[in-house]
Write a protein that binds this ligand. Sequence first.
Ligand SMILES: Nc1ncnc2c1ncn2[C@@H]1O[C@H](COP(=O)(O)OP(=O)(O)OP(=O)(O)O)[C@@H](O)[C@H]1O
Length: 356
Amino acid sequence: MTATHDVPVDTRTPPRSSPLLRVRGLSVSYAPPKKATSLGTGAALSDADLEVEAGTIIGIVGETGSGKTTLARATVGLVPPAAGQIEFAGTDIGRLRGRALRRFRRSGQVQLVFQDPLRSLDPDLTVADLVREPLDIAGALPRGERVERVAESLRMVGLEPDGVLGRRPRELSGGQRQRVSLARAISTRPRLLICDEPVSALDVSNRNLVLNLLDRLRSELDLAIVVIAHDLSSLAGIADRVAVFYRGRIVEHGPIRTTLERPAHPYTALLAASAPSLAQADQLRPDQLLPESGTRPWAADSGCVFAPRCRFAHDACVDQPELTPVPRTPERQAACHVAVSWRDRVGAYDVASESA
Ligand SMILES: Nc1ncnc2c1ncn2[C@@H]1O[C@H](COP(=O)(O)OP(=O)(O)OP(=O)(O)O)[C@@H](O)[C@H]1O
């Protein structure tokens, strides 16, 4: 059982070299251990490692149900870890309980932005109230200064305060609503912002506007930002690094440019091949990465989480691979027994199918 720690959060700035957020071996389970979920293990997230530094953006990508939101919820203390650590500014927040956990959540040092502001913003509150509320909860500033902080936060997200302060969420456009959500999130001047699908409900122009805004805010406020997305293309322009989730596990992690150009894990390659706008070193097609139609190369119901959908699964995949450095690129990691080397077999398959 996890120990109860009623300790204050360390608000001192960690040395620049150490990450602001360090997640180690994090597992989260919603179901009781004996009641297996679709993952087969009862875990929504298994053994996740992640680090985020101030002033950087990390993208989290993966299909629905892969554990992205669970990571976000655990990081703000909304769900307790079953195992592992979530260290924020040197404090293991996964072990905070009671008053200490409430104090951490109210401090506004870590803020969440959700996909759908119509659902996440109280419809009865005005923009002025919505953006001021986190400041009231945190008791972060003398009351007299909160009005000015609200106006400053709205300007930072490109909204003129006089035009929106008295409006309610339904009286704003979708793009304006998402910017109000961001203004609300940055009003406490957080150190870490977690954005869960922040642009998926927006049209293309608002999508770019919000992504550019996140890019600007990380420099202006020295924010660490985690952006959760379904698709790689919305991350490609702004994230420094990317972590690819598949069925509750991080299967690949590394700098975004090299990871997307030349994925080491077949699942990342499949995601990249399904996003034609991304530049890829070898322009693979999805059909070169999926099992040949009519075949089911992986019959076992255990082993590597991706094996049932992997064209390259073989005997070694009965064991779930660990996330380990990719050969010749140690800043990248992949959890795959045939990391990178599967590429040699893409050509072999193509030749085989051409000559058939
Ligand atoms: N409150 C909950 N109770 C029980 N199971 C849950 C709960 N929330 C999520 N899960 C399960 O945990 C797993 C991971 O869910 P999670 O929401 O983290 O995925 P996700 O990658 O964020 O998906 P999406 O992209 O659809 O938001 C899924 O199998 C999901 O059904």
